[in-house]
Design a protein around this ligand. Sequence first.
Ligand SMILES: Nc1ncnc2c1ncn2[C@@H]1O[C@H](COP(=O)(O)OP(=O)(O)OP(=O)(O)O)[C@@H](O)[C@H]1O
Ligand SMILES: O=P(O)(O)OC[C@H]1O[C@](O)(CO)[C@@H](O)[C@@H]1O
Ligand SMILES: [Mg+2]
Length: 534
Amino acid sequence: MESLSPVIGQKAILQTINNTNHNHFLTSVTLRNLNRDCRRLRIRVVSKNGDAAGAGTAGGGIDSSDPDWKLKYQKEFEARFSIPHINDVFHDAVSYPSTFCLKMRTPITEKFAEGYPSDEKWHGYINNNDRVLLKVINYSSATSAGAECIDSNCSWVEQWVHRAGPREKIYFKPEEVKAAIVTCGGLCPGLNDVIRQIVITLEIYGVTRIVGIPFGYRGFSEEDLAEMPLSRKVVQNVHLSGGSLLGVSRGGPKVSDIVDSIQEGGINMLFVLGGNGTHAGANAIHDECRKRRIKVAVVGVPKTIDNDIMLMDKTFGFDTAVEEAQRAINSAYIEAHSAYRGIGIVKLMGRSSGFIAMQASLASGQIDICLIPEVPFNLHGPHGVLRHLKYLLETKGSAVVCAAEGAGQGFLEKTNAKDASGNAVLGDFGVYLQQEVKKYFKELGETADVKYIDPTYMIRACRANASDGILCTVLGQNAVHGAFAGYSGITVGICNTHYVYFPIPEVISKPRVVDPNSRMWHRCLTSTGQPDFI
Ligand SMILES: Nc1ncnc2c1ncn2[C@@H]1O[C@H](COP(=O)(O)OP(=O)(O)OP(=O)(O)O)[C@@H](O)[C@H]1O
Ligand SMILES: O=P(O)(O)OC[C@H]1O[C@](O)(CO)[C@@H](O)[C@@H]1O
Ligand SMILES: [Mg+2]
């Protein structure tokens, strides 16, 4: 735990929190004002593994000798995780009884001449004050594996986030909604499942104008790209194939041009499916809409096979990618195992996070060495990877290595190349490793039959498996519930198996990475039996 320095202005905030007389939760306006102030002051507590305590950024300046520090911390946390609502800007925004009613025989697609259908006795709604616990382990010490601590004693502090789901009051009349869906960044299994659920749920609320924006944010600006009308009929079977019905892209127009296009197109609900970059864009669109005082709900659905988004159990597509990677690993194992002194090398995606490589290694049980960007290693020398490969050939007769795309970048020449979104284009560590292994054994004058498999796009261009299919369904539905409830600048996620809404800035404060001190990484090491390569 790093020591905490006092932050100017912090006292004033805590004073405000203190003076706010609430036994339960602060009012949304107070929370949002505090949230903004805390962000401006960049208050943070950082745990020893670099994770900000309490999920990303945290209420720093904690004086643990203050008997009320926990309460203050919790209140500040509540402020940070409050979710923006359109009535923050439109104070006179009117709400209506929800049209989301599961007792209807058919989806509402007609005008609401006789008023909105609703069922007051149906207890299927989420209360706005419902919360989900973000952290569920009470670490007794900062030395516990994977501990994320707020104070030096690693005290237990409850951290609550907003429960997702349909609300009793909605802030949009369905017949006045024009909803748009956009998918950005790289492909990910489940994109079509999420698109499908968003469309189906919107129709259940009674929305008839639903469009897809083609090829990511670019679809907002390229003249030859027209909106794609969407309905239950159009999306009925899209989840049966991988990819995105709408297409994806990197790069694209400026945020102000996107918002111009939103305004011109009369869009007032925007569902954005993508990773960290896409969410940064979604948040900027939300901010710009507020600045222009246009009533638009911008809701994200985190998408990435890399699983590199903060605070959630996992992102959709990750499980499928791990499952698909099994085929490559199994082939590498069979090749290596059947060859005389065979070595199989598999490179898996994961630009800055090694989750796919770690989980795929764990799942397969066929990996001897797993290399990820978060854990440094040597190739050469007495403790290096190559020496261990030699040992494996001598003792087992074969070996299989799984390397994440972002691993070992320090061994490669830096290119400074960037993709259209500004992401660094990485060197190919898999190819480099293959060459180094061949060279090493050649110099030793020993046989090594090296087979290299790079299934890169195969693990993400497939359709979602059953567990991702369910995750996509719930996330897609909750995205629509969030928009109708009037929230904007939020994203949906799964947290300790429950579904929640997060303010976007909290989930994109940095990419999520594998904690080398986590139990999961330790389990991976136990499974592979690999030593420390340092
Ligand atoms: N800071 C930002 N502000 C506004 N837009 C952004 C920002 N960063 C990225 N974008 C836009 O978001 C889109 C997707 O970004 P990016 O290519 O980084 O993919 P991603 O959402 O991070 O997903 P992936 O996990 O596949 O990398 C691009 O169109 C890019 O222009
Ligand atoms: O080749 P593309 O489409 O830019 O995507 C590659 C990137 O996609 C990711 O899987 C993220 O979606 C990264 O791990 C990888 O670097
Ligand atoms: Mg990205």
